[in-house]
Design a protein around this ligand. Structure first.
Ligand code: BG6
Ligand code: MG
Length: 219
């Protein structure tokens, strides 16, 4: 048995913030006159704020000045943050807390690997910051998922080899990043969307303690 480490994405894995990101982007798209569906939104999951705006503009075949881009980016983040003002532990997705506690009880190192620049305040507001031995977020990386940078830094901070890292992700870009890094990718969400993941679960309530024990014990 080699020592393992568990890396969690944030948005859509730990907390149900993916819906707030979508709603905030949808408002921007509406103002730009660009059609933007939930299916389009899969392209934005796991992707940085700046890249997300570019994807929306590409979808609408629109070009805007850098000044306008900055204005939309600011508006998106203000709108998104306004949804988080009253955030508390009730926003933690089902069974996430139990999995974190199980890993802690089994002395497993835990890291966050998120594209978001708002990750720390979210972990603080939901009261789970202390579960994380390392936090790597959008402020720490230069290359967005599917580039594996965020997960490779997390593995380094946990002092484990990439192949001993287990990554929980709800985005296609994040699953690709974990696979490129040769980590064990676990998709949380729709199995059609996340088919590139090694394992896929609808949510954490579907993950058994035996499954996690097997991950910990795997050679
Ligand atoms: C990712 C989300 O976790 O973070 C994306 O899946 C989001 O939807 C990205 O755009 C950046 O987040 P933020 O909070 O820095 O705008
Ligand atoms: Mg996510």
């Amino acid at each position: 048995m080699s020592s393992k480490g568990f890396i969690f994405d944030l948005d859509g894995v730990i907390v149900d913030t993916a819906k707030y990101h979508f709603l905030a982007w949808k408002k921007i798209a509406d103002q730009l006159g660009i059609e933007f569906t939930e299916e389009n939104n899969e392209l934005l999951k796991g992707v940085s704020r700046v890249r997300s705006l570019d994807i929306i503009l590409e979808l609408g075949r629109k070009e805007v000045s850098q000044q306008d881009k900055n204005k939309w980016l600011l508006q998106k983040n203000e709108d998104y943050l306004s949804q988080l003002v009253d955030m508390d532990s009730s926003e933690i997705l089902p069974a996430v807390f139990e999995v974190l506690q199980f890993l802690k009880d089994h002395n497993q190192p835990i890291a966050l690997g998120s594209a978001s620049k708002n990750a720390r305040p979210i972990l603080e507001k939901t009261g789970i910051l202390s579960y994380f031995d390392a936090i790597v977020d959008g402020n720490d990386v230069t290359n967005a998922k599917p580039d594996p940078e965020v997960f490779l830094i997390a593995a380094q901070l946990l002092n484990i080899k990439p192949e001993n890292a287990i990554v929980f992700e709800d985005s296609v870009a994040g699953i690709q990043a974990a696979n490129i890094a040769k980590m064990t990718s676990i998709g949380i969400g729709d199995k059609t969307v996340l088919h590139q993941a090694k394992f896929i679960f609808k949510d954490f309530t579907k993950i058994s303690q035996e499954f996690i024990e097997d991950l910990i014990k795997a050679p």
